[in-house]
Design a protein around this ligand. Sequence first.
Ligand code: ADP
Ligand code: ZN
Length: 427
Amino acid sequence: MPREELRMLQGKRLHKVVDYVYHNVPFYREKMQAMDITPDDIRSVDDIVKLPFTTKQDLRDNYPFGLLAAPQSEIVRVHASTGTTGNPTIVGYTRKDIEIWSECMTRCLSSYGISRDDLFSVAYGYGLFTGGLGVHYGVENLGAAVVPASTGNTEKHVRLLRDLGITGIACTPSYALHLAETMEKMGLSKDDIKLRVGAFGAEPWTENMRREIENRLGLKAYNIYGLSEIMGPCVSYECECQNGSHINEDHFLPEIIDPVTCEPLGYGQQGELVFTTLTKEGMPLLRYRTKDLSCLMDGECGCGRTSVRMGKITGRSDDMLIIRGINVFPSQVESVLLTIPECAPHYKLIVERHDNLDTLTVLVEIRQEYFDQGFDTLSPITDLEKKVAAKLKSVLSIAAKVQIKSPNTIERSEGKSRLVEDRRVLK
Ligand code: ADP
Ligand code: ZN
């Protein structure tokens, strides 16, 4: 669609969604009334700056269903983001939302060259996380054969890749490397499998990682981006030019703002991504602040698509860590440590990236009384480290290295951020 026509369509849809939330979501009506605006003030895309922002905190304050615009009877699916310091955020979808989601996913997959002739494995987690089911229905909608492998049981997955001749896969980039490692340990190589296309997202990744995955799995690796609040995977996707990810702009209207002043920024400028859903019925959001840092790229793309592109996500402005594709909050680690009597509530998380794989090291102090009881010898310390690691693994579902420290050796801090040392350098 020519850009001008697209902007007209977006303007029309924007007016409609604003009118819809104004009449169905008290939160938005009150905000708009306080700003002295009505849906009639929103007639084109340019009017978007008049609208209020929505934050993750707003979702938490209205937990669980306060921001739903459709009646409960119209909701056919519920997803959630990972639990946090506060309440997890819940999203609800109507049947039409699910159809549009699948349609957007189908656009991504066909842009990667996936067709009805492909067997496509979904190795995102199935469950409340939007990755698994989101991609799943897109593959079915396209007419390719979906293999709902999910995560875990990696050796079995490698065997499936080989035996079924699977040609496409979606997972986090770090899981792709884990698959490659597992395959190599099993004595197999990329020549034993038929993977041709990979759709990778849900966590930041780099060009180096792309090359590494492509070399080890023998496929072409594409980016896919999304977030549960807006829809799930499919908000944007790479085309064959791989120069930014095309946003499904007829459904998700993007903006880039200065994260501090909230002023809109121009094309090419780095800032926080903000999305307004243009067609969602279940939980439409106005100007949702993603906290993802990126930029918008205009100009024609060699592939012929006219939709705007977004650059790589260069970081996230909130406190959540994404380690090997799994969300980890320092508070979750803390809550695990606090169930172990020997552990003092003084800890530090160190996140590093070795050979493109994320590692988490948890340093935690032993309580003075246990220390005094002779824990300063090697073997009980090792046992305790093992015990803490096992517990962290069962709660967070990620492996962490644990180092028990003597009392008063970890620096104290008031703020949350200093609990985490993220040493990952994205190259
Ligand atoms: P949350 O992680 O906020 O609980 P989601 O599970 O829906 O919610 O994850 C969405 C987040 O994952 C995005 O906001 C972004 O930070 C990250 N993400 C998703 N896709 C990508 C990608 N392709 N590149 C970098 N980061 C991504
Ligand atoms: Zn393109």
